[in-house]
Design a binder for this molecule. Structure first.
Ligand SMILES: Nc1nc2c(c(=O)[nH]1)N[C@H]1C(S)=C(S)[C@@H](COP(=O)(O)O)O[C@H]1N2
Ligand SMILES: [Mo]
Length: 373
């Protein structure tokens, strides 16, 4: 294989794996499964195409005289490929690791970012443009296709041998007792480190604002009463899977207010198209209006058919339950439902900064809805 073709194939695989890896964090519905399949194939192809690369550069690496500044990047990138592909494959087949508070998937992601940085640096230092003759040559092209084809063909087989129980997102089950019954004691998770003080249901208020004719400020009792009266057409109990990009999921029955019912009380204005859910920490996410209407502002989970209030760790008094969305979008400790004309452009930033605000750090604040003790 011509060196440049190998190298540009490696770059292509790395780019594809990176893009699908990032995109996978937004996939929560089975229809998006292909993103994960593509991610696995890109990783597999990366591992295969690294072989001709190593055959070419290993002899050079063995001789100190041949070393230069770029060699270090190349070496780092090669070790990186092995670690990233290895950790990804190990996670997919059920491997476990707990190192420095990171699980195997966390490490895979962290190493993936490092690899992309190393490959980028390596390419800036060394990349040579592809020429026509690197791409032509029928035998060569067929060989390239064969290797790529093996990656595509072997991936579904690999998926079959992957450990059972995990979702198509790669997440593994949590929150079931030994007998398989719901267990609400799964460990709470944060995107970064949101740790607000417990909210006091007696002083907590939910505001419904933005593009509405009648802004509302609701007390916990009013929200809970709306949840309890949800009729058959507006069911207030939803079975939904919270699937965290950190690699776990929990299937629970959630009870609360259908967001559509909340919004009807406030009368959404024409022209509104999005709804933003805002946490007491400033963490927030927005959903298209129709999807938001069908989402739930949950106050309880059901355990053996009985409603148990959401614990503080899981976002009590109220958190968003957005079926088909990934866990990071299920905003906890919701204090405002804000109707907008467009998605909140700063939400992706807000989920990274909320943990550094006084409320996110759990510092005492003037806000009235925190518990006094
Ligand atoms: N306010 C707020 N909401 C949040 C988060 C957060 O850090 N702050 N983390 C999100 C993430 S990443 C996940 S996976 C779920 C975790 O919910 P759980 O702790 O009930 O499992 O909450 C989401 N909601
Ligand atoms: Mo998460």
């Amino acid at each position: 294989m011509p060196p440049r073709r190998t190298d540009w194939t490696l770059a292509l695989c790395t780019g594809l794996a990176f893009a699908t890896g990032l995109a996978g964090n937004l996939v929560g519905r089975p229809g998006g499964q292909w993103v994960f399949a593509l991610h696995g194939m890109a990783g597999f192809a990366l591992a295969l195409f690294v072989i001709p690369k190593l055959r070419r550069v290993l002899p050079r690496l063995m001789h100190r005289a041949g070393w230069n500044r770029a060699t270090a990047f190349g070496l780092l990138a090669t070790v990186g490929v092995l670690l990233v592909v290895g950790s990804g494959a190990a996670w997919a087949v059920g491997g476990t690791l707990d190192a420095a508070g990171f699980n195997l998937l966390n490490w895979h992601i962290a190493l993936g970012f490092t690899l992309v940085a190393a490959v980028s640096a390596h390419m800036i230092a060394r990349a040579k443009p592809l020429r026509r003759r690197d791409l032509t040559g029928r035998r060569q092209a067929l060989r390239w296709l064969a290797v790529a084809g093996i990656g595509v063909a072997v991936w579904p087989a690999g998926e079959q041998i992957a450990a059972g129980g995990h979702r198509f997102t790669g997440s593994r089950p949590l929150g079931r007792g030994a007998d398989g019954s719901p267990d609400t004691n799964w460990p709470p998770t944060s995107w970064i480190a949101d740790a607000p003080r417990p909210l006091n249901p007696a002083t907590w208020r939910l505001s419904v604002t933005g593009q509405v004719n009648t802004p509302l400020t609701l007390r916990y009792d009013a929200v809970a009463a709306m949840a309890a009266t949800g009729d058959a057409t507006q069911t207030s109990t939803v079975a939904a899977i919270l699937d965290c990009t950190g690699g776990f999921y929990t299937a629970q029955e959630w009870r609360g207010v259908r967001v559509g019912d909340l919004l009807d009380g406030a009368e959404v204005r024409p022209g509104a198209g999005w709804v933003r859910f805002v946490s007491v920490t400033g963490y927030r996410w927005s959903l298209p209006l129709a999807e938001a209407r069908d989402a739930l502002l949950a106050t309880h989970t059901l355990v053996h058919g009985e409603a148990v209030p959401l614990s503080h760790g899981h976002g009590g008094p109220a958190r968003l339950v957005a079926p088909g969305r990934r866990g990071f979008q299920w905003v906890k400790w919701v204090v405002a439902v804000d109707v907008l004309t467009a998605p909140d452009p700063a939400q992706a930033l807000a989920i990274h900064t909320s943990s550094f605000t006084p409320a996110g750090r759990g510092e005492p604040t003037e806000a009235s809805f925190f518990r006094s003790n």
